[in-house]
Design a binder for this molecule. Structure first.
Ligand code: GUN
Ligand code: ZN
Length: 427
């Protein structure tokens, strides 16, 4: 069955950070044609209807058809403890995160939360996620199994920790390696699943474990590797005391084979010049998590400086250090954080970050994150007047960006008319 979706269509012909807002393509009476889970064509509604007369038509009226949102860094096991009050990173991990993550050795609990996590994120228009799991292989199985219910393109991995965590949340260098390797063999390339090698961050791994993770990555260079880097000043100081001979935080990864293209470094706020240079040289991905950075009180990511220097940057919620499941809310926070650093991000830049930017960070921009022939048909359809507050703010809009920005700043799950995964509506 060929599907033909009608609405306003937003896509990108390039990166608006370098090309400006004209990098966006807007078809105000547009159509997207879907065949076998992929986008077959896109263009003006009339032309597409004429070219595909047999297609089943879904008319979304004035709603906006966009590539689905891609959350490039999340912790699905932190779903139930999102919005926990009053702590900064290290205390927050010990008080809220580790007790909750300890429950994921229980398969029924892990499955229930994984299903709830995807229900929530799909309701917010997120079609792909890259998530940390817990140390328990059961949590990885639960995550990929739940994602497969709708055939979502996802990344995930067992979060390895062999020190500075409670006994019940510690593996060893060897079991971390063995279990990660077995899970990688089971899930990497299973349908649309990809395994990401996942040392939590250098404070919770011994040098032996970091070396084992580096060895596993070297044996599986087509896998991504995800971790955290320079999120809070206390954390940076802690890393310095744990690794006294390291040149800087990044060196605690670099010297164990954990720096490279395909490396995803969450937060990356307090970077030394050498770290920026090395991350840029190897073309690593920096993942900006703005609601987390304000919620846990971490600091202000330098989007303008890092993007201008040519870094590969994705956007993410960091659920549940992040205070939202929503990539709309995350775009709003990215806007606010950049404003505090003196740069107003254009709505085209924000939207690109939440779609193609994250896809590029995950090295999947040839598959997802845009509307173009051949791309996988993961789509989010947005009502741009979803609440009275948004409707009145857009009433006099003359451009797409004026019509879209109030939804970025004020929108929530009510703005998501539908979410399509691999050519099928799931919300
Ligand atoms: N650093 C190490 N683990 C975590 C985590 O779970 N969340 C955040 N925000 N930072 C971390
Ligand atoms: Zn994180």
């Amino acid at each position: 069955m060929t599907e033909l979706l009608l609405g306003q269509v937003l896509s990108f012909a390039g990166d608006p950070f370098t090309l400006g807002p004209d990098a966006a393509r807007h078809e105000s009476h547009g159509a997207v044609v879907i065949k076998d889970g992929k986008i077959a064509a896109t263009g003006p509604a009339d032309a597409m209807r004429a070219a595909y007369p047999q297609a089943r038509v879904t008319d979304y009226g004035r709603a906006l058809i966009s590539a689905g949102f891609i959350d490039a860094h999340a912790h699905f096991p932190q779903t139930a403890m999102i919005a926990s009050w009053g702590k900064r990173l290290i205390d927050w991990l010990n008080s809220y995160t580790f007790p909750e993550e300890s429950r994921f050795g229980e398969p029924a609990y892990a499955q229930e939360v994984a299903r709830r996590y995807f229900d929530l994120t799909l309701a917010y228009g997120t079609t792909s996620t890259c998530s940390f799991c817990t140390i328990h292989p059961e949590s990885v199985d639960a995550y990929f199994t739940a994602a497969a219910l709708h055939g979502q393109r996802v990344w995930g991995g067992k979060t390895c920790m062999d020190r500075n965590a409670p006994d019940f949340l510690r593996d060893t260098a060897q079991t971390g390696y063995d279990q990660s390797k077995a899970l990688l063999a089971k899930w990497h390339g299973a349908g649309r699943a990809s395994y990401a090698i996942t040392p939590r961050f250098s404070p919770t791994s011994t040098p032996d474990q970091l070396a084992a993770m580096g060895a596993l990555w070297a044996e599986n260079p087509d896998c991504l590797m995800q971790t955290h880097l320079s999120e809070q000043t206390d954390e940076v100081a802690w890393v310095k005391s744990l690794f006294p001979t390291a040149r800087d935080y990044l060196d605690t990864y670099e010297s164990f084979g954990l720096l490279g293209k395909g490396g995803l470094y969450g937060h990356a706020i307090y970077l030394e010049p050498r770290e920026k240079d090395r991350l840029r040289e190897v073309d690593a991905s920096l993942i900006h998590c703005p609601t987390s950075n304000t919620f846990i009180g971490s600091g202000l990511f330098d989007m303008d400086g890092l993007k201008s220097a040519g870094h590969r940057i994705g956007l993410a919620t960091d659920t549940g250090g992040g205070s939202s499941f929503s990539m709309l809310r995350t775009m709003a926070a990215a806007y606010e954080v950049a404003q505090l650093r003196g740069r107003a991000l254009h709505p085209a830049e924000l939207w690109w970050l939440a779609t193609q930017g994250s896809a590029r960070a995950l090295h999947a921009d040839h598959l997802i994150g845009n509307i173009a022939p051949g791309m996988e048909a993961d789509l989010t359809i947005l009502d741009l007047s979803s609440t009275p507050a948004i409707e009145q703010a857009t009433r006099r809009a003359e451009t797409l960006w004026q019509a879209l920005f109030p939804t970025i700043m004020l929108g929530d799950d009510r703005a998501i008319r539908a979410t399509w995964i691999a050519g099928k509506p799931v919300k």
